[in-house]
Unconditional design. Structure first.
Length: 620
């Protein structure tokens, strides 16, 4: 059957079209476990998917969405199905088409890409790579005979724009472009709803709107906002309210009658296409079909908003941390310690006092490094700054907290006086001492930098005001030990573009590697602190080289450490000698030094600090 895309748009302009309801939550209700690919059910359990489609047809749906929300190469890779993209999407359209017949439209569903997958991180992909992933799925849906495409549940404007571009280049089907708008006014990436959806309409989307989100009332709020300011066809696919826990199960308790009442208000506010998302069932679709199925689109008086609404808020006032200001005068030295594993902070306070007396310009505190439980660095950092009067740079890993938790922690840290943050993605939880813990990764280091800079402009991640802006300076990690330095420089540039002010390198154990890295980073305009780790034994060197992520130790250094053994004092002395040589060499190319205390003990670091300061006195 040929596509009926033109007919779909013409009908949308004449009367309200009723969409279908949830697919995923309905399949779960029918007994499908959570640990499989729901898209692959198009191949393995065709009748079950067809049953859900028929339920919505019988309820009065005039548009079916294919069961293909996650049927892109990256998400399917989690199940080893990445080579079956075409088959899964093709059969998704076939199943919907068989149920739809000639009277109901079929929209090929395209969801967002995962932030992380087995092959890596989405921030490592170029726009061209991302567009290609979307294009592969879209071509399969279009060739199988979909009448339209629906891009749904997108949280970031740049990514949905790439999906839209892929759709417009791959086929001539109408495109419905939907973002989630949790507060009715902003996307999760902080984009203003009107500004974001206007840009999608301008880029070729035939229908724009919202789905999922925080329930029916919030989607109504979004449609009222969009209908007032946006001259475009609008769509709305809300969740069935907020899920509630009942006898250990998450249930949606919204009534069909309530959905119908709000759907009618959505039509009057400007919606042309209304269906349901998570938790909605056939009864809900039947209720809105009976209520709005014969309604015509409302006539709207659109008030075009002033262009100022698209302006990026100004950054709040900030004072650079002392260790950055001192770079103008001399080589600043940061020393890394890990917070204690328990409640006793007295040893840490003593160690930091010793480091300050030896000449450290600041200390850095890890955030449960290697996913090993330690005291919160933000709270400890505030105590150290007060008790020892030394600047503290607190690491913040994305592993342990969701988007809400990260922002909550940052607000609290700012109230405690913390102003310097090292934004890192963090090692997976399964590597640490609590392997049963879950890695969250709502964010990665790139997005964390962007989030912190947004808070520095007085907004949270959803674009809502937080009052007085935060005043953080953000540092990032930089690994010179990689095989592809050009790729690492691109990653660093992306962080700098997002707002990073300085970089700390992984420990490096040979001068040429650090020299190449510093030279490559020179044009990015931020200071680089060279990572130095004083080895204390041959065994320590072999462990770091073979097991520690991101570190390589050259053969010459490993041989020197081995030759110094087996006497522990001789090996420690050799490790300190190597570190001093590296400091002298790194001082010629790096802006500052970043010394990691081995085994969290400051003794070797104190000797290294004395060497740095003596070198400065002697003009080295």
């Amino acid at each position: 059957m040929a596509s009926r895309g033109k007919e779909f748009l013409e009908q949308l302009d004449r009367q309200i079209i009723v969409g279908d309801g949830a697919m995923g939550s309905r399949l779960y209700e029918l007994g499908v476990p959570l640990d499989i690919s729901y898209d692959y059910l198009n191949v393995t359990r065709r009748e079950l998917v067809a049953q859900v489609h028929r339920e919505y047809i019988q309820a009065g749906a005039q548009l079916l969405e294919t069961n293909a929300f996650s049927a892109n190469r990256l998400k399917l890779a989690a199940y080893g199905l990445e080579e079956q993209v075409a088959q899964i999407n093709r059969q998704a359209v076939e199943l919907a088409r068989e149920a739809a017949g000639e009277q109901v439209f079929v929209a090929g569903t395209v969801g967002p890409l995962p932030g992380r997958w087995a092959g890596g991180n989405i921030d490592d992909l170029s726009d061209g790579d991302i567009t290609a992933v979307f294009r592969e799925q879209i071509v399969a849906l279009a060739e199988a005979g979909a009448d339209a495409l629906i891009l749904e549940t997108f949280t970031e404007l740049p990514q949905i724009r790439l999906a839209l571009a892929a759709a417009k280049a791959a086929c001539d089907l109408p495109v419905i472009a939907q973002m989630t708008l949790p507060d009715g006014r902003h996307a999760p990436d902080g984009s203003d709803a009107v500004t974001a959806l206007q840009s999608l309409a301008g880029a070729g989307a035939d229908v724009v709107g919202t789905n999922c989100g925080r329930g029916v009332a919030m989607v109504l709020r979004a449609i009222e906002y969009l209908g007032e300011h946006l001259d475009a066809r609008l769509s709305a696919f809300p969740n069935a309210g907020m899920p509630q826990q009942v006898a250990g199960r998450s249930l949606y308790l919204m009534t069909p009658e309530y959905f119908a009442d709000v759907a009618e208000q959505m039509v009057r506010a400007g919606a042309n296409l209304i269906g349901g998302c998570c938790g909605t069932r056939a009864a809900d679709i039947a209720a809105i079909a009976a209520r709005i199925g014969s309604m015509k689109p409302a006539k709207r008086s659109v008030h075009v908003r002033a262009a100022a609404a698209t302006d990026v808020p100004a950054m709040g006032p900030r004072t650079a941390p002392e260790f950055l200001s001192r770079l103008k005068e001399r080589t600043a030295v940061l020393v890394e310690l890990d917070p204690p594993r328990g409640t006793d902070i007295a040893p840490t306070i003593r160690a930091v006092r010793t480091l300050k007396e030896a000449g450290a310009d600041a200390v850095t505190l890890g955030d449960s490094p290697l996913a090993t439980l330690r005291m919160d660095g933000m709270a400890l950092g505030s105590i150290l700054e007060r008790e020892v009067e030394i600047p503290v740079l607190c690491h913040l890993a994305c592993r342990d907290r969701n988007l809400i938790g990260v922002q909550s922690l940052l607000l609290g840290a700012h109230a405690l006086g913390i102003r310097s943050i090292l934004a890192i993605t963090g090692d997976p939880a399964k590597l640490g001492d609590h392997p049963g813990a879950s890695s969250v990764y709502d964010l990665n280091s790139f997005k964390l930098v962007d989030l912190i800079m947004r808070m520095n402009r007085g907004q949270n991640s959803a674009g809502q005001p937080i009052g007085t802006p935060t005043a953080f300076f953000v540092g990032v990690a930089f690994n010179p030990n990689v095989h592809n330095l050009d790729m690492e420089i691109k990653r660093l540039k992306k962080k700098v573009d997002a707002g990073a002010s300085f970089a700390l390198t992984q420990p490096v154990f040979d001068a040429p590697t650090m020299q190449r890295a510093c030279a490559a980073a020179k044009g990015l305009g931020i200071p680089v602190f060279a990572g130095v780790y004083p080895l204390f034994s041959s065994r320590n060197a072999e462990f770091l080289h073979n097991e520690f992520p991101g570190i390589r130790i050259c053969d010459a250094v490993r041989q020197r450490m081995a030759a110094a053994g087996p006497d522990k004092k001789q090996m420690a002395a050799e490790g300190l000698a190597i570190a001093k040589e590296l400091v002298d060499s790194f001082s010629e190319c790096a802006d500052g030094m970043y010394i990691i205390a081995p085994m969290n003990r400051p003794k070797m670091v104190v000797q290294l600090l004395e060497h740095v300061r003596n070198g400065q006195k002697n003009g080295r």
